[in-house]
Design a protein around this ligand. Structure first.
Ligand SMILES: [Zn+2]
Length: 257
């Protein structure tokens, strides 16, 4: 049995002191594959090095809206060059465009939309899945994806209603299920996840962020994904084994592995 943490920022400083131990702890709990999204234009070299050192780490490249102040429009061209170079080299670990999206709590939504549109097109032209970030922008992001997005991708850290989840699934997208569902108070999201099809779900941590219940205020890490897996099994009223098997297959489909 294998598990895939489809969203973990293992290249961040937060893991500089003990990255190898974090990966060992994950492997010991059965989490053997990782998707590490890029966030700024200089993520590329760091992610390449990480994937060369740890062959279980796949990666994506993208300009994250959270770092909007660090981006320039000209970086789109640079990003495109990085992507094409990796594709030409048949890099086995480069698998997606992301983390990209819209964040209503960050500055300059107009510029965010401009960058997102361009990055969706980069993905679409190359048939690469996208890893989408959203905060209070789920419907606006869907509109842009319908206009210029690729065939598939993942709505990372899905938190929304049944209707919103259904709209993304109908579009051919997966929902990233993270620590949110481990909190009883996340009623709307838990209810939506309970009713939406498991065939469109993948598991993730978003570490070092999004701690699971019982670990608030602590650095998150892939091994903690088991708590989310347990919550998902409870919500779906099925065994952890079935959730493990299906979510892993979904992750392979999502990233074309
Ligand atoms: Zn992220």
């Amino acid at each position: 049995m294998a598990l895939f943490d489809t969203h973990c920022h293992l290249d961040f400083d937060a893991f500089d002191k003990d990255r190898a131990e974090v990966l060992d702890r994950a492997q010991a709990t059965g989490i053997n594959y990782f998707m590490v999204p890029g966030v700024t234009i200089d993520s590329c070299s760091r992610l390449l090095a990480l994937s060369e050192e740890h062959s279980s780490c796949y990666f994506g490249l993208g300009l994250h809206p959270y770092f909007i102040e660090k981006h320039q429009f000209s970086y789109i061209q640079q990003l495109e060059q990085q992507v094409d170079q990796l594709l030409q080299q048949n890099n086995c670990c480069f698998k997606s465009i992301g983390e990209i999206g819209l964040d209503a709590t960050c500055a300059d939504l107009e510029f965010q939309q401009q960058l997102l549109r361009e990055q969706l097109q980069i993905a679409k032209q190359r048939h690469l899945p996208v890893i989408l970030h959203h905060r209070k922008t789920l419907d606006k992001t869907l509109k842009l994806v319908r206009e210029s997005g690729p065939e598939t991708g993942v709505v990372h850290a899905f938190s929304g209603s049944y209707e919103q989840g259904k709209a993304w699934i109908d579009e051919g997208y997966f929902l990233g299920i993270g620590g949110t569902i481990t909190y009883q108070r996340a009623e709307k999201t838990r209810d939506a996840i309970a009713r939406l099809p498991l065939e469109s779900m993948v598991l993730e941590t978003d570490c070092p962020d999004m701690p699971v219940v019982g670990h608030q205020g602590e650095r998150n890490e892939p091994a903690r994904m088991l708590t989310t897996l347990e919550s998902l099994a409870q919500l779906k009223k099925i065994s952890k084994e079935v959730v493990t098997e299906k979510c892993f297959k979904n992750s392979q489909r999502l990233f074309n592995l």
